[in-house]
Design a protein around this ligand. Sequence first.
Ligand SMILES: [Zn+2]
Ligand SMILES: [Zn+2]
Length: 267
Amino acid sequence: MGVSVSVLASGSRGNSALVESSSTRILVDAGVSCRETFKRIKGLGEDPHALSAILITHEHSDHVYGLLVLARKLKIPVFMTAATHQAWSRAVREATGDRPALDKLECFEAGRGFQVGDIAVMPFTIPHDAVDPVGFTFRVEGAKLGFATDLGRLLMNVRDHLRGCDVLVLESNHDVEMLRNGPYPWSVKERVGSPTGHLSNKQLAEFLANDYDGSAAYVVLAHLSEQNNHPELAREAAEKALGSRQTLLHNRVLLAAQAEAMQPIRL
Ligand SMILES: [Zn+2]
Ligand SMILES: [Zn+2]
């Protein structure tokens, strides 16, 4: 079977991805409904009941919308930081009046690695306007996979964690011009473009052109804004940045979508 990565959904209306080894299957974020998550996993020819654990990056609804129902249905461990758990519980309580109970809650801390089956997980802090947001790297069967979306900047600690990855799932949220001229109210534009907001095509391209180590066979552009970006603009910016470095021509740029699951990347 080997290692595979599938982005099930990506964007401000819900995020979720599947990271698999021969024996372990992790759902990274649960931002779409349980029903839709199941549908997309089955669409890839996989069994949602075979999931081993759910990992949560932060409490924003586009990352936790389906969490409670998924956790109740699957009865598998849910990993998040204690602060994220608290913020999520409060939000659910305010919305429903009920304190959400997770049977198998596992709290982790950014910077401290842990194991899910045979997958070694390393959570790391990212700059984003949530209580304790993280990105992840996963190491298994000799491969390293890096996930960093929902971040306003690529700080040095993030760049360090992303070195040596065979697959990178990185945010390419908005085109700066489209955001500036787009329909969002000024306060939202400010938030998205701030150092704790979302990464632009340009910021990602700068990283790819100047600081990226070139290790990834696949660079997946994720969390694209439907209002303030266009998939071809994001792709063009990333490919141009990679193309500026001869040694990176083997890197493939893929686009994660909101409406449908991406075909799995198999290593
Ligand atoms: Zn998000
Ligand atoms: Zn967020």
